[in-house]
Design a protein around this ligand. Structure first.
Ligand code: FAD
Length: 475
């Protein structure tokens, strides 16, 4: 059977790519190995996803009606300030209500909304179908081989295959190595409580992040009777979670008084799938290449930075939107493949590098929130107050095309990276121990170059988003 596009994986990245291509009238097959709803971590969303992306997909009202916890920003016990401080997405005057809000979501429910919406837009969605192999003709990917629930093997061909199969992706081997960050090598151990104290209004739905000696903890209010709590620790503490993860998780929470106090007397959740304590490691990486003829990577299959600023679903869906625009431009005969995918890759790496570079400064615990806000402004070069620059960056809005009125950001942290080297002095346990002193001084190290790629500056390409948001057009 021949399709225009085959999407592998029905997470937020896969559903987004599939829907945006189908909205242009193209024939799309989405293959998902699980049956939805399925569990996934990554519950704290950004305004760019909730308003920009979900609006474009036509699913914003349904997400609004789902009753997820309203998130206005974040509360942090972080950096040199001993007192908790907060930010609100509304700190940017360019992001008015209600766009200055997001949701804390149970991913099983959120992801299912996006996947069912793909089907409603004409995508042929097949669950319980695991892609095992990529078909190639010369150097071009031409389709996939997959196995259905009965164990029957099928072949499907398409002009483009989108790998959106997440962090366990195995089908991208033609696209070079997965490059692991030298800066972020942490691991996470996480689970759920059947309740927990809430911050006072209007911060009640905020994500709360608290740094402590071993690393930091997230505290995400999902429902009155459900709180997601995760510990992020440095690789030196790997042995801690190699024993009993639940015991490690419990001990790490006990070691962080700000979070422990919110959970006093609250039982852990016994409700599946929230009754388990899970571990994730080696999650900060990017692929050497994001595309090759007939194949494009989006979401965790392509890259992920770090959980602290909740950028994962934003990067996944934004990258998927960029890929879908490039695919549409090719299928419609508007752009040559090389041009279309160079645009995709350069914009995607640009957004990734904004978070990556900002997070390097954010993990410097010697600084206070004023200094973090300053870094955001310096990095994005936004013509606004430092607090507004921070709110736009951590709201996923700095690249501008999720909300039309927002500006396109620029990133050149060459100088600030050097300044940071002086400021951090390599003492943060969450940085890989050998790295900070060496690579900060270099300013532009090899990782940095690999991250940006040679064509990272898309601003001179002459391509802009089409009026319907579904492809590129010449300016
Ligand atoms: P996924 O959501 O993983 O979806 C991939 C899909 O592909 C899955 O449904 C899988 O079943 C399917 N699949 C896999 N292989 C195959 C195959 N061979 N054939 C068919 N289907 C296949 N992000 C946030 O935005 N906010 C957060 O607060 C946050 N916290 C995080 C905390 C931790 C500790 C970590 C590690 C990540 C966190 N993230 C967070 C990141 C977030 O989890 C991911 O970025 C996001 O889920 C990526 O979406 P995706 O669609 O690329 O992949």
């Amino acid at each position: 059977m021949a399709y225009d596009v085959i999407v592998v994986g029905g997470g937020p990245a896969g559903s987004t790519a599939a829907t945006v291509v189908a909205m242009r009238g193209h024939r799309v097959l989405l293959l998902e190995k699980e049956t939805f709803p399925r569990y996934q971590i990554g519950e704290s969303l950004l305004p760019s996803t909730v308003h920009g992306l979900c609006g474009l997909l036509g699913v914003a009202d349904e997400v609004e009606r789902a009753g997820f916890t309203l998130k206005r920003g974040g509360t942090f016990r972080w950096g040199s300030n001993p007192e908790p401080w907060q930010f609100s997405f509304a700190m940017s005057p360019r992001v008015p209500e209600p766009q200055s809000t997001a949701f804390q979501v149970e991913r099983s429910r959120f992801d299912e909304i996006l996947m069912r919406n793909a089907a409603a837009n004409g995508v042929e969605v097949r669950e319980n179908c695991a892609v095992r192999e990529v078909l190639e003709d010369g150097d071009r990917c031409t389709g996939v081989r997959y196995v259905d629930a009965d164990g029957t093997t099928h072949t499907a061909r398409a002009r483009h295959v989108v790998d959106a199969s997440g962090n366990t992706s195995r089908i991208h081997r033609t696209l070079g190595d997965r490059i692991h960050s030298d800066f972020f090598r942490n691991l996470a151990v996480f689970g759920y409580f059947a309740g927990g104290a809430r911050l006072p209004e209007p911060q009640r739905g905020n994500i709360f992040c608290a740094a402590f000696d071993a690393g930091w903890l997230w505290y995400i209010p999902l429902r009155d009777n459900l709180t997601s709590v995760g510990a992020v620790v440095s690789p030196e503490l790997r042995s801690l979670v190699q024993g009993d993860p639940r015991e490690a998780w419990t001990n790490l929470i006990a070691a962080c008084p700000e979070v422990a106090a919110k959970l006093e007397g609250v039982p852990t959740s016994t409700e599946p799938p929230y009754d388990q304590v899970r571990v994730r490691k080696d999650y900060s990486y990017w692929k050497e290449k994001f595309w090759a003829p007939g194949m494009v990577l989006v979401g965790d299959a392509a890259c992920f930075v770090d959980p602290v600023l909740s950028s994962g679903v934003h990067l996944a869906t934004y990258g998927a939107l960029l890929a879908a625009r490039s695919i549409n431009s090719c299928l419609d005969g508007e752009l040559a493949e090389e041009t279309a995918f160079a645009e995709f890759e350069s914009r995607y790496r640009h957004e990734y590098s904004l978070f990556y570079k900002f997070l390097i400064s954010f993990y410097d615990m010697h600084r206070d929130e004023g200094s973090y806000f300053w870094s955001a402004k310096k990095l994005t070069e936004v013509d606004a107050a430092e607090t507004a620059a921070f709110a736009e960056l951590v709201g996923g809005l700095a690249s501008g095309d999720m909300l039309a009125e927002l500006r396109t950001a620029a990133a050149d942290l060459g100088r600030s990276v050097e300044e940071l080297a002086v400021a951090t002095d390599g003492t943060n346990p969450l940085y890989s121990s050998r790295v900070v002193g060496e690579t900060f001084q270099e300013g532009r190290n090899l990782q940095d170059e690999a991250l940006h790629g040679p064509a990272a500056d898309h601003r001179g390409s002459g391509l802009v988003v089409s009026k319907d948001g579904l492809s590129w057009e010449r300016s």
